[in-house]
Design a protein around this ligand. Structure first.
Ligand code: NAD
Ligand code: IPM
Ligand code: MN
Length: 366
């Protein structure tokens, strides 16, 4: 049966980078027997402009029905200042929450050719291959109470709630342990148990699950602030970093610079496999945002989105060989010295988004 892929280009550079992934999907359909029906819908500000909401019920149902969703990015100054439920980001958060995409996999890999593109020294980042497993549907992003209340006398009070339950911690920790077993068998669990009860619960429950089912995996607990420091001091000590929604958001942006650019980090947001049908809800998204400062200029790096497509091919479409080839095509293109401005160094050829996508496609087709 024909599989389905929903593309949500979003805002800012989202449509620019998503277009490069679509080129690759079309090539795979034409030349590699990739039997997939592709459709597109609006998300974020693009949806607000047309429908008044950042994600329509119809688009949400399309996403639920699809075998996989690939998105660009959402947000931008045009929609700032609105109440939270009317902002572009709310559409993405609803998509994650309603599809129960609790595990966000964010691999930070330094491609050999990019060891000099990082702001850190070559020896610190060369050979880096770490994986964040970020909890994506809980914590302070969704906890209640939340809001801003007026206390009178010109005083206001802003509240968000960090909250986790045992089962929320176990299901995402399980993903981290399972993936670690296929890698270098080490999990660092990052929280702030020294100041937060939710952090203490996180630490205790991760340890319990480990002792009961994953005692063969090396587990280290690390305070999130120390983790941030270690990520720039000696990032190669890490294999899998398991962390909550907010720390995962921050630490993964930081780790992106170890790879050369925020424009290099892909991600997969996965739900639980249906035990009967085997279907697993999945959203593939670059970790970067809509980059308003460069949007519309045709210079955004499409690699994060193209690498997200590779994860999509591997996890949702069982096309591991195509995924390997696509990742190799990205690595070769970078080795050819073809670079968007964010990863450009002296001696390389500076290209725009479309030219970068074309070069990767050419390598893929070779
Ligand atoms: P951002 O990630 O959009 O940009 C941060 C910096 O990185 C900018 O200088 C940008 O030019 C650069 N950058 C990002 N992606 C790049 C790429 N592919 N190629 C080259 N350079 C790239 O973060 P921001 O500016 O803080 O946020 C802008 C908007 O994006 C906000 O509305 C935010 O909420 C939203 N956002 C969305 C997502 C998402 O859709 N998943 C993720 C992060 C931020
Ligand atoms: C990300 C983004 C999102 C997040 C925003 C846009 C809601 O920063 O995917 O990293 O905070 O999760
Ligand atoms: Mn982020």
């Amino acid at each position: 049966m024909t599989k389905t892929l929903l593309i949500l280009p979003g805002d800012g550079i989202g449509p620019e980078v998503a277009a490069e992934a679509v080129k690759i999907v079309n090539w795979l359909r034409a030349h590699r027997g990739f039997d997939v029906a592709v459709s597109e819908d609006l998300l974020g500000g693009a949806s607000i402009d047309v429908h008044g909401v950042p994600l329509t019920d119809a688009a949400l149902e399309k996403a639920r029905a699809a075998d996989a969703v690939l998105m660009g990015s959402v947000g931008g100054p045009k929609w700032a200042g609105q109440p939270y439920d009317k902002r572009p980001e709310a559409g993405l958060l609803r998509l994650r929450k309603d599809l129960d995409l609790f595990a966000n996999l964010r691999p930070a890999i330094c491609f050999p050719a990019l060891a000099d593109s990082s702001t850190l020294k070559r020896e610190v980042v060369e050979g880096l291959d770490l994986l964040f497993v970020r909890e994506l549907t809980g914590g302070v992003y969704f906890g209640t109470p939340r809001g801003i209340e007026d206390l009178g006398n010109g005083e206001r009070r802003g509240v968000n709630t960090q909250v986790y339950t045992t089962s929320e911690i176990h299901r995402v920790a399980r993903v981290a342990f399972e993936l670690a077993r296929k890698r270098r068998n080490t999990v660092h669990s990052a929280e702030k148990h020294n100041v937060m009860e939710s952090g203490l619960l996180w630490k205790e429950e991760v340890q319990k699950l480990h002792d009961a089912e994953y005692a063969d995996v090396r587990l280290e607990h690390i305070l999130a602030d120390n983790c941030a420091m270690q990520l720039v001091r000696a990032p190669k000590q890490f294999d899998v970093i398991l962390t909550d929604n907010l720390f995962g958001d921050i630490l993964s942006d930081q780790a992106a610079m170890l790879t050369g650019s925020l424009g290099m980090l892909p991600s997969a947001s996965l739900g639980a496999k249906d035990p009967v049908t085997g279907k697993q809800p999945a959203l593939y998204e670059p970790i970067h945002g809509s980059a308003p400062d460069i949007a519309g200029k045709g210079v955004a790096n499409p690699c994060a989105t193209i690498l997200s497509l590779a994860m999509c091919l591997r996890f949702s479409f069982d096309r591991g060989e195509d995924a390997d080839r696509l990742e190799a095509a990205v690595a070769q293109t970078l080795a050819d010295g073809i670079r968007t401005p964010d990863i450009w160094v002296e001696g390389c050829r500076k290209v725009g988004t479309a030219e970068m996508g074309d070069a990767i496609l050419k390598r893929l087709a070779a």
